[in-house]
Design a binder for this molecule. Structure first.
Ligand SMILES: [Zn+2]
Length: 345
């Protein structure tokens, strides 16, 4: 049993608001005189049915947490803490999703909101030894014109350096909005060299993943787990080299699967799909990055060489600078050559 915190990895699926420490949300709520709903303050992981009602409850808790972030200082705190928490879990590369719209009113617009996130990502990332890329995420709940505005903003700040915007995403309830309406925004992003990183194959099945593939041409799928429901789509994703950002704790919390054992991690890996494990919204799912690797080990029986391969795949699916990936790959081999600690069981 080698220490999974010491295994170098990349964290490719985590949202700005959902990354917050519960203690930070509580602290910010106190500062701003906000009363938080119990679902945010409890230590218990969220458990909801995968229905529109369940999603509505999730969204309500999420919105309550988001409402606690009300200044540049708050935003910088969130970014520096997610980087610190990632660093403590062996993450060498973090790709953080943010929709700057929510924070724009407090800092003078979406442009300064994004610039604050980027600047803190660069500074804190350098201080803590984590390479950080920013994914500007649009929402299915909003009008397609808003997605285009965000795509234009993302394009303006596109780059390969730490703190730059490297991807464009699409989040929220997969059952809402028409995927084809976001095609234009995604084309703008792709034309500027940004990675296409929409959610898909989470709350809808393989049929919708095909629409996402045809309309948004993803480099990676946020979740993507439900491609296992159709062998043809599974093969298509595998042969196209599209990675899946798999978030086991999220899937269980949001009722996509009844428990960890039902998350089709093994099926995806066996089909040749590149998988990058992620935490999605640890604030509400009470489970961070290393816990996803622990689930792979303890629930799905992944051996240390297989866990090392998951970590390699997370890095190879990232947009990290080549030097970051190469250094991490060397250290992954070293991790694997280190003597395993005796297990207590
Ligand atoms: Zn997500």
């Amino acid at each position: 049993m080698r220490d999974l915190r010491l295994l170098p990895k990349a964290h490719l699926h985590v949202h700005f608001t959902g990354s917050m420490r519960p203690s930070t949300v509580a602290d910010l709520a106190r500062q701003h005189g906000i009363r938080l709903p119990e679902g945010v303050t409890t230590d218990a992981p969220l458990r909801l049915p995968a229905t529109s009602r369940g999603w509505f409850r999730f969204q309500r808790l999420y919105d309550a947490a988001r409402a606690c972030v009300r200044s540049e200082a708050d935003m910088r705190r969130v970014v520096s803490e997610v980087i610190a928490d990632d660093a403590a879990e062996g993450s060498r590369r973090l790709e953080l999703q943010v929709d700057p719209t929510s924070y724009a009113p407090f800092v003078g617009g979406i442009t300064p909101a994004l610039e604050i996130v980027m600047d803190e990502a660069r500074t804190a990332g350098r201080a803590m030894g984590v390479s950080v890329g920013i994914v500007v995420a649009s929402s299915r709940m909003r009008h397609q014109l808003e997605a285009r505005t965000l795509a234009r903003l993302a394009v303006k700040y596109a780059g390969d350096a730490d703190g730059d915007v490297m991807g464009f995403g699409l989040s929220n309830d997969e059952r809402r909005g028409r995927t084809s309406e976001f095609a234009y925004a995604f084309r703008m992003a792709r034309d500027a060299g940004l990675a296409s990183l929409p959610h898909g194959g989470e709350l809808l099945g393989a049929d919708h993943v095909e629409v996402v593939l045809d309309q948004l041409h993803p480099d990676r799928l946020g979740h993507g787990v439900r491609i296992v429901e159709d062998q043809r789509v599974l093969d298509r994703v595998a042969s196209a080299g599209i990675a899946c950002e798999v978030n086991p704790a999220s899937n269980v919390s949001l009722g996509v699967y009844q428990d960890d054992a039902h998350v089709p991690l093994r099926t995806l890996v066996d089909a040749g799909v590149r998988v990058a494990l992620g935490a999605d919204d640890p604030l509400l799912f009470k489970s961070r990055l290393v816990a996803q690797y622990e689930a792979a080990r303890n629930v799905h029986g992944f051996t240390d060489p297989e866990l090392a391969q998951l970590a390699r795949d997370s890095l190879l699916a990232s947009r990290a600078p080549r030097s970051v990936i190469d250094a991490a790959l060397v250290d992954i081999d070293e991790w694997l050559m280190s003597p395993p600690e005796p297990s207590d069981s």
